[in-house]
Design a protein around this ligand. Structure first.
Ligand code: SF4
Ligand code: SF4
Length: 464
C-alpha cells in the first residue's frame, strides 16, 4: 500500500455538493467550492496555518477545537498496557451444527476437544489476576456450541461468583448459542445468573436450514424454534443475531426473526476472512455490490428520516452499514483500536492457551500465553494502528475504522496490521456516506431520531 501524506481535511464531492471531514475533530460539514479550494491549500501545507486563515476556518465551523474525543471504555481506559478484563472461554471446541460460514473449522478450531474443570477454574483465577485493580470483569462462554459442556459452564459461574464476592469485584457472563441444546434447566440457569445470551439464528426456514444444518446435513430450523420461543418467554429481551451470506435481503431475515419473537435483532454479513480464497475479480465484484448497497442505504437514511418512518429506520440501523460511522461523526468519537483483541480481552482455548481473540484460537502464531503460566506476550498488539508508522496513520477514516478486524486482515494479507484494499475502500466510503447523511439531516431530523431511540444522544463530557 502506498504511503500517503497526513491531511487534516478529507474533501470529497457527492451528487455535485462538496463535503469535508475534519479528521482530528471527527465531524463533517458541507462547504462551497471556494472553501474546498482553501482547504486543499491547507492540506498541501498542513503544519503552518496563519491566524487570519484560522479565523476564517473558525467562522466556517471547520476547526477541530474542542471536538474529537478519543473513545474510552466504561472504565475510561486509554493507555496501554491494558489489563485483561474480558475473557472468552472455549468450554468446548466441538459443535453440533456445521454452519457454511464457520471460520472455526466446524467449531473444532483445529484441535477440537473439551475444556477440563481445572483449566476452566485456573482461567478464572488468571483473569482475576490480570485485571489488577479493575473491579468489573466479563466472561464469555464460547465454543463450538458452549451448551455442549453445560456442567462446566455451571462450575465456572459458581467459582467466579464466589471469587469476586471474596475480592470485592463484580462479574457478568455472556454467551452466544445456536439454541439447539436449550432446555428448561438451562433456561432457568441463564435467567438466574443473568447470562446475557445471544441466539445465533439466520432467519427464514430455507435460509437457516441451508446455512446452519446439523452435522448429518439435516436442517435445524424446526427443532430449534420451539426452544428459542421458550427462552424468549423466560428472558424476552434476548437478542437474535443473523449472518447473511450472498444477496439475502436483510429485511427478510429481520422479519423472520421478529416472527419467532425476537424484539432485538442484529444482522451482519459473513466475515471477510471467509472469502480469502476468492479470485481478485470475485472480490472486486463483491465489494462493488456492497458499495452500491451503501449508496442506496445513505439515500434511505435521508428519505426515511424526512418522511419520519421510524420502523424502516430501525431496520436500517440493525443492518449496521452506515450507523456506526454516523454515530462517530455526530458524537465526534475517535477510536484508537478496532476491538479489544490483544488488549483488554483475550480468548482461552480448551487447553488453556491464550489467544488474541476467539477467531484466532488454534492458530499458534497468535498464541499469547497459557493460563498456567505468568508470561503474556502481547506487546506488539498494544500499539494503536492510528499512530506510529503503519498504513492507517494517514487514512482519513482511521478514527472510525482503527485498522479493521485483525482476523480479517490476516485472512487477506497474512498480517494483523495490513488491511485489504477492498476493506479499506469499504470503510472509507462508509465514512464518506455517513458524513453526507450527517450533513443532510437538520436539527429536527436528529431530534426525531433521538426521540425514537434510533440515534443515541451525544454523551455529556462531564459524565463519568
Ligand atoms: S484499515 Fe481502516 S484505518 Fe487503516 S487504512 Fe484501511 S480504512 Fe484506513
Ligand atoms: S480481531 Fe476481529 S474477530 Fe477478533 S475481536 Fe477483533 S474484530 Fe472481533
Amino acid at each position: 500500500m502506498e504511503w500517503k501524506a497526513i491531511k487534516p481535511y478529507h474533501l470529497f464531492q457527492h451528487q455535485s455538493s462538496w463535503y469535508v471531514i475534519n479528521v482530528e475533530g471527527m465531524f463533517a460539514n458541507t462547504i462551497n467550492e471556494a472553501a474546498a479550494r482553501m482547504l486543499e491549500v491547507i492540506n498541501a501545507e498542513p503544519v503552518t496555518q496563519p491566524e487570519p486563515l484560522r479565523e476564517e476556518l473558525r467562522k466556517l465551523g471547520l476547526l477541530a477545537e474542542g471536538r474529537g474525543q478519543i473513545q474510552t471504555d466504561k472504565k475510561g481506559l486509554k493507555k496501554e498496557p491494558f489489563p485483561v478484563i474480558s475473557m472468552c472461554l472455549f468450554l468446548t471446541q466441538s459443535c453440533n451444527l456445521k454452519c457454511v460460514y464457520c471460520y472455526g473449522d466446524g467449531g473444532g478450531y483445529g484441535t477440537g476437544g473439551s475444556m477440563e474443570e481445572k483449566t476452566a477454574l485456573q482461567a478464572v483465577n488468571w483473569l482475576l489476576e490480570q485485571a489488577g485493580k479493575i473491579k468489573k470483569l466479563h466472561i464469555g462462554f464460547f465454543g463450538g456450541e458452549p451448551f455442549i459442556n453445560f456442567p462446566l459452564m455451571k462450575a465456572v459461574v459458581e467459582h467466579a461468583e464466589k471469587k469476586v464476592l471474596e475480592m470485592g469485584k463484580k462479574i457478568d457472563f455472556h454467551t452466544t448459542t445456536n439454541a439447539t441444546l436449550l432446555n428448561d434447566e438451562r433456561i432457568a440457569f441463564i435467567k438466574e445468573h443473568q447470562i446475557a445470551t445471544v441466539i445465533s439464528f439466520d432467519g427464514p426456514k430455507e435460509i437457516q436450514d441451508a446455512q446452519r444444518p446439523y452435522a448429518n446435513g439435516e436442517g435445524s430450523y424446526d427443532t430449534t424454534v420451539p426452544k428459542i420461543k421458550k427462552l424468549l418467554a423466560a428472558v424476552p429481551e434476548t437478542p437474535g443475531h443473523a449472518v447473511i451470506v450472498g444477496n439475502t435481503e436483510p429485511e427478510l431475515v429481520k422479519e423472520a426473526l421478529q416472527e419467532i419473537g425476537f424484539s432485538e435483532v442484529s444482522i451482519v454479513p459473513a466475515s471477510q476472512s471467509l472469502f480469502a480464497g476468492e479470485s481478485d475479480r470475485t472480490k472486486k465484484a463483491r465489494t462493488q455490490r456492497i458499495l452500491q448497497a451503501l449508496e442506496k442505504e445513505a439515500e434511505n437514511w435521508i428519505s426515511l428520516t424526512k418522511s419520519r418512518n421510524s420502523e424502516a429506520l430501525k431496520i436500517l440501523k440493525a443492518r449496521n452499514g452506515l450507523y456506526q460511522g454516523l454515530m462517530a461523526l455526530l458524537h465526534n468519537t475517535k477510536k484508537r483500536y478496532a476491538c479489544g483483541a490483544g488488549l483488554s480481552s483475550a480468548a482461552v482455548s480448551c487447553a488453556g492457551d491464550i489467544y488474541l481473540c476467539h477467531r484466532f484460537v488454534g492458530r499458534d502464531e497468535y498464541k499469547l500465553g497459557n493460563v498456567f503460566e505468568r508470561d503474556l506476550n502481547r506487546e506488539e498488539y498494544q500499539k494503536s494502528p492510528v499512530t506510529g508508522s503503519g498504513v492507517c496513520v494517514a487514512c482519513f477514516a482511521k478514527y472510525y475504522c482503527a485498522g479493521g478486524c485483525k482476523h480479517d486482515n490476516v485472512g487477506s494479507s497474512g498480517s494483523v496490521a495490513i488491511p485489504s484494499e477492498d476493506m479499506c475502500r469499504l470503510r472509507c466510503r462508509e465514512l464518506e456516506l455517513a458524513a453526507v447523511i450527517a450533513c443532510r439531516l437538520d436539527t429536527e431530523d436528529k431530534k426525531f431520531l433521538i426521540e425514537r431511540e434510533i440515534f443515541t444522544p451525544k454523551p455529556c463530557p462531564l459524565d463519568f
